[in-house]
Design a protein. Structure first.
Length: 101
């Protein structure tokens, strides 16, 4: 019984603040947030789970090996530099993926 109470005490605040399995990954800027959410949606449409993204290949990576193309404007570097233009591109990409669901 104590273990159950302890677990609820640890997990409940996360759910109350709107956390979900999608927000467990570390997000350091809005661009990564759009990549993460869009990645989860696009991989779930392919009956898979989101693994990550590869900026050099310009794709979202799904567990089943399938991918989703990312907007060309954000790719080509090892690291995601989240400028306002890139954020707008990723937001538009995310909304496009969301409409397909």
């Amino acid at each position: 019984m104590q273990l159950v109470v302890f677990t609820v005490v640890l997990i409940l605040p996360s759910f109350l603040s709107g956390e979900s399995y999608r927000t467990i990954d570390e997000i350091s800027n809005p661009c990564e947030g759009y990549l993460l959410e869009g990645g989860h949606l696009s991989c779930s449409m392919k009956d898979s789970t989101y693994v990550g993204y590869n900026l050099k290949k310009c794709t979202v990576i799904c567990a089943n090996g399938e991918g989703q193309k990312l907007p060309e404007g954000i790719c080509g570097k090892d690291e995601l530099e989240c400028t306002s233009d890139r954020e707008k591109e990723l937001e538009a990409w995310y909304l496009k993926v969301q409409k397909k669901v």
